[in-house]
Design a protein around this ligand. Structure first.
Ligand code: UD1
Length: 376
């Protein structure tokens, strides 16, 4: 069985890496990694953490690229590569432009499509934009769905997706973070408190990003015991407002995005994470790091329902006060830190590969479903 995996951004690389590694352990399976190059720097950096590299690179990225440009270049590039490689099945992940265009190109080529991290929904087609529509359409195009949780599988069934094509695997991002994060190591009482920040979502670019930065500045000005590390996405629309508001501020370090393993180990020693990233919401629950989500909603309700995360939006005063509250209230802190991981158990890549083999007629049995403590 020849599996082509199409990936383009940092989260796709993080979450498909465990799947690629698991595929390559199977006798009789060939896995070809097709990078669209939607993220010129972040993608190779992330694959390298897992000892992987792209076999094919479509190199589509341009500065200030538009969704239309990425989509058309990926469609065109994938069409050429699929015609040459003739894979048996194409895997895509998540909800990026690469995901949608890769799945559509596979459909045009008449190939079956597997969607890893299928079924996540906010229910609002405009938020997150364009990710909610990307994952909806990718799920329509997919012939086999790897839903991380029972909730995601239920979303798919509600939309009329055949139950036989849906496998509940757990989220492969949890496998990835477990491979590299190491043990939880909080600093001793009395040391400075480490707050990590990462935000890049389209709907937070511009004014909301400036408000987030104002909230973080207010936090460090109000408390001498807080130290912030902010991993700055290379997008100029992230860099500009954050540097304008928080650049030069004492105890706020604006850093280039660290490699996935370095950041995961940093999360393991941090006190709080502020982020609008979906993947980091999940990773922090696996680490036991309380996460405050810089959005109004999330397609990962399990993280909130389990108590591991809280939605705080993008108002600066709320960001500062919720973070301070968490740092000052050990009982509230412990409830979040000890909530556990509701979205994966580290076995998701194995289940994904077993389900794919079963779906393609190469295995007699489907894997057991991932059972989460949070079911609705
Ligand atoms: C994309 C995904 C988003 C995902 C995020 C992870 C879409 C629509 N969005 O958003 O779902 O959560 O990746 O980061 O697919 N850039 C570089 N070098 C890089 C990467 C980005 O310079 O390695 C800059 C470029 O100027 C680019 C800009 O960042 O134009 C935005 O990148 P893009 O992939 O369009 O959007 P993201 O915000 O990264």
């Amino acid at each position: 069985m020849h599996v082509a995996l199409v990936l383009g951004t940092r989260p796709e690389a993080t979450k498909l890496a465990p799947v690629i590694l698991a595929l390559r352990e199977q006798a009789g399976v060939e896995a070809t990694v097709i990078s669209t190059g939607q993220h010129r720097e972040l993608l190779p950096q992330t694959l390298a953490v897992f000892g992987l590299r792209a076999d094919v690179d479509l190199a589509v990225m341009a500065a200030r690229q538009t969704l239309t440009q990425i989509t058309t270049r990926v469609l065109d590039g994938c069409a050429r590569v699929f015609a040459e490689l003739r894979p048996d099945v194409v895997l895509v992940h998540g909800d990026t432009t690469t995901t949608l265009a890769g799945a559509l190109a596979a459909f045009y080529a008449g190939l079956p499509v597997g969607h890893v991290e299928a079924g996540l929904r906010t229910g609002d087609r405009w938020s997150p934009f364009p990710e909610e529509m990307n994952r909806l359409l990718a799920d329509r195009l997919a012939t086999v769905h790897f839903a991380p949780t029972a909730l995601a599988a239920a979303n798919l069934r509600r939309e009329g997706v055949a139950a036989a094509s849906v496998f509940v695997t757990g989220n492969t991002g949890i496998d990835a973070v477990r491979m590299v994060a190491g043990p939880r190591r909080r600093r001793p009482a009395g040391s400075t408190r480490l707050v990590l920040v990462e935000a890049h979502r389209h709907e937070n670019l511009g004014e909301p990003m400036a408000r987030i930065a104002q909230g973080v500045v207010a936090l460090v000005r109000a408390r001498g015991d807080v130290e912030v590390e902010w991993s700055l996405h290379p997008n100029p629309a992230v860099q500009q407002p954050v540097r304008r508001v928080a650049g030069g501020e004492d105890r706020i370090s604006l850093i280039d995005p660290p490699a996935f393993d370095v950041w995961a180990r940093r999360m393991a020693e941090a006190d709080v994470l502020l982020t609008d990233s979906g993947g980091m919401q999940e990773e922090s629950t696996a680490i036991g790091l309380p996460v405050l989500v810089l959005r109004g909603e999330t397609e990962r309700p399990e993280v909130i329902a389990s108590g591991a995360g809280r939605l705080v939006g993008t108002e600066s005063a709320r960001i500062a006060s919720e973070t301070a509250r968490l740092l000052d209230d050990p009982a509230a802190y412990a409830r979040m830190a000890e909530a556990g991981c509701a979205v994966g158990d580290g076995q998701a890549a194995r289940r994904t590969v077993e389900a794919l083999l079963y779906h393609m007629g190469h295995a007699a049995q489907a894997p057991e479903a991932f059972a989460s403590a949070v079911v609705d």
